[in-house]
Design a protein. Structure first.
Length: 70
């Protein structure tokens, strides 16, 4: 079985917008990450910033803007 992921910029922007909206409504980074897991996403810290990835396959969706670092 292969994992196919659509790298459509419109879809990527929608996911990043969802992640940023959730961050603004949460009181802590822990709550934010827990809520994202409910949507099927996770945040991974890398050398080039925080990356949004899918769960459970850990496919990279996009990089978060620097101002939204947890």
């Amino acid at each position: 079985m292969s994992i196919m992921f659509n790298k459509d910029p419109f879809i990527t922007r929608q996911v990043i917008d969802l992640v940023m909206r959730e961050r603004e409504s949460c009181l802590s980074a822990r709550e934010w990450k827990h809520r994202l897991a409910g949507y099927g996403y996770a945040i991974r810290d890398t050398d080039h910033g925080q990356v949004v990835e899918t769960l459970p396959h850990h496919v990279e969706v996009g990089v978060l803007p620097a101002e939204f670092s947890a």
